[in-house]
Design a protein around this ligand. Structure first.
Ligand code: WQD
Length: 351
């Protein structure tokens, strides 16, 4: 019998790539999404890539407990991967209530349903943002989290803690009062970029992109006039910020490894945290020039003032994930940037 994974927020950028890899690895997938920040493009792409027209799709809002409860009742869920959340840092500063309500309530409902329905493991989509401006690099999972600088970042920290506490509290449950133990993994992503090699799924930002790579590809295709590189006076070799850019397919495969670890009972502890990155710092300037070189395009860019809130540098120590999940990022940054460009051209009908 195939194990069944509920992917909340499964029609989005990361969720769609994860759904593809789960299906490729032999899992059944149920996609739930309220479509608040995406359309059906990626879900249709997932069906095409996997050749599976029958993937269940549930248009629900995870903030509504009755809907979440119905999904758990209808499908026998072995694990849930929770992506459904708002993710724009700046917007979260302007609209904290919206962020706290959506990101925390939806996850509370998932945690409640996971315990009530029994035998369900929870994988939470966390972020390197929890480390803030870390003193020592690369960061390990034991690097202390720093106070969040945005409500978005705070919801990631709070959600990790919610998962940790629910796992601890439910560990002694045996189903007698209708509640079962929940086990959990939090994956802390560094900077996910790129697209599926088929160019059928990828990142679909609404409006002006906040993130670097969609801004690069939209500038290259002519949708944006000029990329601003935020800051070239940082204390780094070329003066621009350093990040750990992780390929989206590699990132998706880390989820398959983590889900397998949970459903096959291989966890070392009931609540675990893993950094998901490459372990390689790349500067903004290096990324821009690598994009130009690998894709043979000239990018219109300029140096602009620093963006408030940016940390100078962050990258992952990935040894725990490499060892425990038996997973490693494989794609080169050049391959990833080529896939991002292919996706942008696919969207423009030029591929
Ligand atoms: C990367 C680098 C910018 C745009 C954010 C969130 C984080 C996570 C991923 C989200 C920085 C520079 C960017 C541009 C630029 N999770 N940049 N010009 O800030 O590392 O992380 O996204 O869902 O929580 O904080 O990613 O892609 O925005 O920026 O120069 O137009 O590119 O200053 O150095 P970031 P990013």
């Amino acid at each position: 019998m195939k194990k069944k994974v509920l992917v909340s927020g499964g029609a989005g950028y990361i969720g769609s790539h994860v759904s593809v890899e789960l299906i490729a690895a032999g899992y059944d997938v149920v996609v739930a999404d309220n479509m608040s920040n995406c359309d059906m493009t990626c879900f249709e792409g997932v069906k095409k890539i996997t050749g599976r027209e029958d993937i269940p799709f549930e248009k629900i809002d995870c903030c509504d407990y009755a809907s979440v409860d119905r999904i758990f009742s209808e499908y026998k869920i072995d694990a849930v991967i929770h992506f459904a959340a708002f993710k724009a840092v700046g917007e979260s500063v302007a609209e904290p209530v919206k962020y706290y309500r959506n990101n925390l309530l939806s996850f509370l409902n998932i945690l409640e349903a996971a315990s009530v329905h029994g035998g369900c493991n929870v994988l939470f989509s966390s972020s390197a943002t929890v480390y803030g401006d870390a003193e020592h690099l690369p960061v390990t999972e034991n690097t202390p989290r720093l106070p969040a600088t945005s409500p978005y970042g705070n919801t990631k920290q709070m959600s990790e803690d919610m998962l940790r506490d629910v796992v601890a509290a439910t560990s002694s449950y045996d189903g007698k009062d209708g509640r079962w133990p929940v086990k959990g993994i939090a994956l802390r992503y560094f900077n996910p970029i790129g697209a599926h090699p088929s160019a059928l799924i990828g990142e679909l930002p609404r409006g002006v992109p906040n993130n670097l790579v969609p801004f690069i590809t939209q500038t290259a295709i002519g949708k944006r006039e000029c990329l601003s590189i935020f800051g070239n006076d940082y204390p780094t070799e070329d003066g621009t910020c350093l990040r750990d850019y992780i390929d989206i397919v590699d990132l998706a495969k880390a989820h398959v490894a983590a889900v397998s670890r949970m459903v096959e009972g291989k966890m070392a502890k009931d609540y675990e945290i893993f950094n998901i990155g490459t372990g390689r710092p790349v500067s903004v300037y290096e990324l821009v020039t690598a994009f130009e070189k690998v894709n043979g395009v000239k990018l219109n860019y300029k140096f602009a003032p620093r963006r408030p809130g940016d940390v100078v540098a962050i990258w992952a120590d990935t040894s725990l994930a490499n060892r425990e999940l038996g997973w490693k990022a494989e794609r080169t940054v050049e391959e990833t940037l080529a896939s991002a460009w292919a996706w942008e051209r696919h969207l423009a009908g030029k591929l």
